[in-house]
Design a protein around this ligand. Structure first.
Ligand code: 1QQ
Length: 391
C-alpha cells in the first residue's frame, strides 16, 4: 500500500499505529497468528503460513571460522525440512560481524521487523549475554548452537541451547587428558576479556582441583593480544606436563605457534574453539596432539551422521565440523518443537523446545529442559596427523 498524503495528522496516526504494533509485539501472548497454527500432528503437521526463522551468526571477522560452518549446517537442515513435509521454513540470516553492536542490531531486526518465530545463534557467548535479554523481553524463543559459557540458559525461559556447555566438555577432556598424558603439573592460560573463555577458566580450575592436578603457571591475556612471550617464557621455565588453554581462535593461532617456536613441547588441552578444522589447518604441525572436548565427531555412529556428512560434503565441497553439526541439529530441534503442537507461534515453540526428550540426532540423544539447558554426551578428540580422532 502506498500512502498518498503526508499530512501531520496522517503521520501522527501512523506513528501511533506503529507504537501500538511495537507494544503488542513485545507481549508474547498477543503475537499469536492463527495461520502459524496448523492441522495434523507430528509428521503429518501442515502449516499454511511460511514459518520465518532468524539466525544470527558471525559470518565475517574473528568468529567466522565457526559462523560460516553454522550457516551451511543450518541451511542444509532447512533445505531438507522444506523438502520433506508440509511446513515451509524461511531462514532470515544475519551476520553480526563478530561484534556485540551488530549482534544486537540483528536481533532487533529479526524480532521487530521480520517478526520471526524463533532465532538460532549467535555464534559467541560474548554476544549472547547481551542479545538474549532482547529475545527474553520480546518473548522470542532463541536457541544457541555454540554458546557454551556458564549461565546462558539462566537469562530467561525463552533462552535455550543445543550447544554442549563448556563445563561438560572440560569435565570430560581434562580427566581424559590426565589419563592419556599422565598429567600432574600444568600451566593454565586464559583470555580474561571474553565471556566464554573467562567462564571456562572457572571450570578448568575446578576440574583440575577435583583431579588433583597442580597448576604451576596461571597466566592471562586478552582477546586481541598478539605477543605472548611473557606468559610463554614462564611456561617454558616451569616444565609442565600440559598446557590448558582457554582462548578464541584469533589468539590461539599466534599463541600456539609462538609456544612451539619457543620450544614448548607440552601437549595442549583446549576449549570449544579448538573444534575447528580451520584452526587446525592454520596451526599445521603445531596442532598435533591437541586434546579437546566437544559435541560431535565425524567418527560417531549416531543416527543420520554418515548421511549428514555425505550430504554436507556434496553440497559445500568440504567436510562439516562440529559447528555445522550443531546448527544442523538446531534446525531439526526447532522443527520438532513446531510439530509437537503443530504450531509455529513463538509461545508454542518456547513451550515445546523445553520438552525435547532424547531426540535422536547426529549429536547423539539430545534433550532440552524447561530451563533451556541441553543434555548430551560429550566426545573427547585428539588431533593426529592433522585430523580429529576420538581419544
Ligand atoms: C562460545 C564458544 C565459542 C568458542 C564458539 C565459537 O564456545 O563463545 O561460547
Amino acid at each position: 500500500m502506498r500512502l498518498k498524503t503526508s499530512s501531520g495528522a496522517a503521520l501522527a496516526a501512523a506513528a501511533l499505529l506503529a507504537t501500538a504494533a511495537c507494544v503488542s509485539d513485545s507481549t508474547a501472548e498477543n503475537t499469536s497468528d492463527s495461520a502459524l497454527s496448523g492441522s495434523g500432528a507430528g509428521e503429518e503437521c501442515a502449516i499454511e503460513e511460511t514459518v520465518k526463522l532468524g539466525a544470527v551468526f558471525s559470518l565475517t571477522e574473528a568468529a567466522a571460522f565457526a559462523g560460516a560452518y553454522q550457516q551451511e549446517g543450518l541451511e542444509l537442515a532447512i533445505e531438507e525440512l522444506n523438502a520433506s513435509g508440509d511446513i515451509t521454513y524461511e531462514l532470515i540470516l544475519e551476520d553480526d560481524k563478530t561484534s556485540v553492536e551488530d549482534s544486537v542490531a540483528a536481533f532487533e531486526k529479526l524480532i521487530d521487523r521480520d517478526k520471526v518465530s524463533a532465532i538460532i545463534g549467535p555464534t559467541l557467548s560474548n554476544m549472547a549475554f547481551v542479545t538474549y535479554t532482547d529475545s527474553q523481553s520480546a518473548g522470542v524463543p532463541t536457541l544457541g548452537v555454540s554458546t557454551t559459557a556458564e549461565g546462558i540458559p539462566d537469562i530467561g525461559d525463552y533462552i535455550f541451547r543445543a550447544s554442549l556447555p563448556e563445563e561438560v566438555a572440560l569435565a570430560a577432556s581434562i580427566p581424559a587428558a590426565k589419563e592419556t598424558l599422565g598429567m600432574q603439573q600444568v600451566a593454565v592460560l586464559h583470555d580474561s576479556a571474553d565471556e566464554f573463555t573467562a567462564s571456562a577458566y572457572n571450570t578448568i580450575s575446578d576440574v583440575l582441583a577435583d583431579e588433583g592436578i597442580e597448576v604451576v603457571v596461571d597466566e592471562t591475556f586478552e582477546t586481541t593480544d598478539t605477543d605472548f612471550s611473557a606468559q610463554l617464557t614462564k611456561i617454558l621455565d616451569a616444565d609442565v606436563d600440559a598446557v590448558i588453554l582457554s582462548a578464541l581462535p584469533g589468539a590461539t593461532v599466534p599463541l600456539v605457534t609462538q609456544a612451539r617456536d619457543l620450544g614448548i613441547e607440552a601437549p595442549i588441552v583446549g576449549g570449544n574453539a579448538f573444534n575447528s578444522p580451520v584452526l587446525v589447518g592454520a596451526l599445521g604441525d603445531a596442532a598435533e596432539g591437541l586434546i579437546v572436548g566437544g559435541a560431535w565427531s565425524a567418527a560417531a555412529e549416531t543416527t543420520g551422521n554418515a548421511e549428514f556428512i555425505a550430504a554436507y560434503t556434496e553440497k559445500y565441497d568440504r567436510a562439516p565440523d562440529q559447528f555445522a553439526a550443531q546448527a544442523y541439529t538446531a534446525g531439526y530441534l526447532i522443527d520438532q518443537a513446531v510439530r509437537s503442537d503443530c504450531d509455529a507461534n513463538r509461545e508454542a515453540i518456547k513451550d515445546n523446545l523445553g520438552q525435547i526428550l532424547e531426540y535422536d540426532s547426529i549429536l547423539g540423544k539430545i534433550s532440552l529442559d524447561e530451563g533451556g539447558e541441553v543434555t548430551q554426551e560429550p566426545v573427547v578428540q585428539i588431533i593426529r596427523d592433522g585430523a580429529f580422532t576420538l581419544l
